[in-house]
Design a protein around this ligand. Structure first.
Ligand SMILES: Nc1ncnc2c1ncn2[C@@H]1O[C@H](COP(=O)(O)OP(=O)(O)OP(=O)(O)O)[C@@H](O)[C@H]1O
Ligand SMILES: [Mg+2]
Length: 298
């Protein structure tokens, strides 16, 4: 094993996945300290974080398909798996090999579907569980971010674990995040924690680009009838604007198991078009932010 990976070794310990939406004392202390200097990643133009307060709502599915859609639009794209305890990018993107290391001892993210990918899942044995506490998780995320040769990239997409925990804090405190895409299903429990997560990003002055609503409806294959699973709930009105609403769909589920994102396997479908819209909307939002900051600096 190379020295860079060896450096990660002390961080790799056996255990279980843990997450919480409530801030721990350690996190509260970290936030109270204020923001350390946010350092730009060398060669990376913009960083987009995909997040949700809730688990299992489709964050990783959205992150993988969003990254591939950006790549299909001609952008140079990376996908960092910030889910240290439950990495799913290796499976979704079918990249399992341990990264090589360059002469400066930086990991070279393996590439698939024109997207450079890096995940703790490539560095730990698949049958090994992981136990890390706050500071170790933070340093693991920083190693994946700064210990890799990401550039040149137009957009680095970061998939995050559920909740607003150490990973989110570490990312927002140390890196200039261009914007956040929130993902939620429409059920009240998910909306509530997603709103709480949105507040954390607001507090840390990280712009929220909008919401991907997932699994509100399904379209019947035979008659094209749209089946709605949820009515609009009052709490959902407080969520950021919906960028796209994705259907519950058998192909999306199937592709998650196969390691081929749905926008690659079924490019000419309604849901693939929705992912393209998400990519285009985000690129536009990035462009608008750049215009504003240029005007501000004049
Ligand atoms: N629109 C959809 N239609 C069908 N299946 C979906 C859809 N979105 C996500 N899934 C499936 O739901 C499961 C959970 O999705 P995913 O892993 O992307 O969620 P997550 O929010 O990243 O979960 P975690 O919180 O564990 O990281 C996966 O099996 C995925 O294929
Ligand atoms: Mg996930």
């Amino acid at each position: 094993m190379n020295s860079n990976l060896l450096a990660l070794r002390p961080l790799m310990r056996a255990s279980q996945r843990r997450f919480a939406t409530k801030l721990t004392d350690h996190q509260t202390a970290m936030m109270a300290r204020g923001l350390p200097k946010r350092e730009k990643l060398i060669g990376v133009e913009d960083i987009i974080v995909v997040a949700s307060g809730k688990g299992g709502v489709g964050k990783s599915t959205v992150a993988a398909n969003f990254a591939c859609s950006l790549a299909k639009l001609g952008k140079r794209v990376g996908l960092l798996d910030g889910d240290i305890f439950g990495p799913s990018i290796p499976l979704l993107m079918n990249v399992h090999s341990e990264p090589h290391v360059n002469s400066q001892n930086l990991m070279i993210p393996p590439q698939n579907y024109n997207v450079k990918c890096l995940s703790m899942g490539m560095l730990t044995p698949s049958d090994g569980a992981i136990i890390w506490r706050g500071p170790l998780v933070m340093s693991a995320v920083q190693r994946l971010l700064k210990g890799a040769e990401w550039g040149p990239l137009d957009v680095l997409v970061i998939d995050t674990p559920p909740g607003t925990g150490d990973v989110h804090l570490s990312l927002t405190q140390h890196s200039p995040i261009t914007g956040v895409i929130l993902v939620s299903t429409p059920h009240a429990a998910a909306v509530e924690v997603t709103l709480r997560g949105a507040k954390m990003f607001e507090k840390l002055n990280v712009p929220i680009f909008g919401l991907v609503e997932n699994m509100r409806y399904s379209i019947c294959d035979s008659c094209n009838h749209r089946i709605e699973f949820f009515k609009k709930s009052p709490s959902s009105q407080s969520l950021p604007d919906t960028i796209i609403s994705l259907p519950l769909n058998a192909h999306i589920a199937e592709c998650g198991e196969e390691g081929v994102p749905v926008v690659i396997k079924y490019p000419n479908t309604e849901y693939s078009t929705l992912f393209t819209q998400l990519a285009e909307h985000t690129l536009q939002a990035i462009g608008e932010r750049k215009k504003f900051s240029q005007q501000d600096s004049k």
